[in-house]
Design a binder for this molecule. Structure first.
Ligand code: NAP
Length: 364
């Protein structure tokens, strides 16, 4: 019997949260086959799908750094997949590849849309989506290019137990910061930050004493604030900024589910009311998208790989099992704090296989 393939297509722009079974259509069709390949193409099956907060923004119809997903389109996303058959000199059967292929189990890709994974010793395929991929690189560029921690600095990271934040805090230590504070949404995550990831202090932003706790945790005020969440947390950090501090504006997840139709990208949350402190404290507040530094990715990735291999960075991951079909449910973990570290859906578990067994699977 012909192998079946499943794909999520964008069905309805959400107002508020992504609604499983409604925001996307999960569609079954015959899987593509090796016989359909043209020269320069590969047949890929997805092993791991990255789930990212930015995906929520791509579902909104407003001007951003990339166009919105159109209704009816396959949902976008980064994957690690395995080449099942190839008519490309760039990749052979069995190779692991990275691609911005989207939420699907199998597809044919042009060779220009894949990168063959060459994992450093000790690295796992999922690291290509996290610590050695988009989120690790985001932490690296945000901190090194904008935050620029100096020896003796106090660095505070919001969303600190997440994919970007957990790496940013660990990099701050490597880059010489003296006092590193993480902000996260549970006592358990705070414990992870101080006991496993080397943060000096951690604060729960859901605690009723958050503002006092924050103030006590930064007696010398904040030199670098790496912000992943925006809103009230950002406002409090601005209140505690040292003169000439740097605010790395990486993300604003507290507002992503508050986008509504027709608001042109303005989430329905209260604004940061103390922006005047940017003037009084000469704060440099700068946004960035990690692709601003694409030229430097190979060097940055090699550096992250070395730190990972040396144990200077620990990679945290939440891998959701259950196949592609759970992706539209799993994505909401990003907004409820269900994930720790990089959130990934295991579409098909990775197993070392010989080329011949890959070929056999392909023609089953
Ligand atoms: N600029 C760039 O190029 C770039 C690239 C990648 C990601 N980003 C941004 O970086 C941020 C983190 O992304 P990520 O992939 O690493 O995700 P993540 O931090 O692994 O997951 C999101 C986390 O955000 C926290 N969160 C959710 N709602 C919140 C709220 N209302 N207030 C405070 N915290 C909340 C949750 O943790 P708690 O349990 O702690 O609440 C959740 O686990 C996002 O804002 C994302 O858009 C930017």
């Amino acid at each position: 019997m012909a192998r079946k393939n499943h794909t999520f297509y964008f069905a309805e722009r959400p107002v508020g949260e992504i609604v499983p079974g409604r925001t996307f259509n999960y569609v079954e069709a015959d899987a593509p086959t090796a016989e359909e390949l043209k020269d320069g193409q590969v047949l890929v099956e997805t092993l791991y799908l990255s789930l990212d907060p930015a995906m929520r923004g791509w579902l909104q119809e407003f001007r951003s750094y990339m166009p919105p997903v159109a209704i009816g389109d396959r949902m976008r996303g980064d994957i690690v997949g395995r080449v099942l058959a190839s008519k490309s000199s760039k990749a052979k059967e069995g190779d692991l590849v990275y691609s911005f292929a989207g939420w699907t189990e199998m597809l044919i890709l042009d060779e220009s849309n894949i990168n063959v994974l060459k994992l450093p010793p000790g690295a796992k395929p999922t690291h290509a989506l996290g610590v050695l991929g988009l989120t690790g690189l985001t932490a690296y560029f945000g901190l090194s290019k904008i935050g620029q921690p100096k020896p003796g600095d106090t660095v505070v990271v919001s969303g600190a137990a997440g994919a970007v934040g957990s790496v940013a805090g660990q990099l701050a230590r490597i880059m010489g910061a003296k006092h590193i504070v993480g902000i996260a949404g549970s006592e358990e995550k705070c414990k992870l930050l101080t006991e496993e990831l080397g943060f000096d202090a951690a604060i729960n932003y859901k605690s009723p004493t958050f503002r006092e706790d924050f103030s006590k945790a930064v007696p010398d005020y904040i030199n670098v604030f790496f912000d992943n969440v925006g809103g009230e947390v950002l406002e409090t950090a601005l209140h505690l900024a040292a003169p000439f501090s740097r605010f790395v504006m990486c993300g604003s997840i507290s507002g992503y589910n508050k986008f509504a139709e027709g608001t042109d990208g303005i989430p329905e949350i209260a604004g940061v009311r103390n922006l005047y402190r940017v003037i009084t404290h000469r704060v440099r507040m700068e946004g960035f998208i990690f692709t601003d530094f694409l030229q430097e990715v190979p060097e940055a990735r090699a550096q992250l790989a070395q730190w990972l291999a040396e144990g200077e960075i620990k990679a945290k991951e939440t891998i959701v099992k259950g196949g592609l079909k759970v992706a539209d449910t799993a994505i909401n973990q990003l907004f409820t704090g269900g994930n720790t570290g990089k959130l990934i859906v295991e579409v098909k578990p990775y197993e070392e296989v010989s080329n011949s067994s890959v070929i056999n699977q392909c023609f089953q």
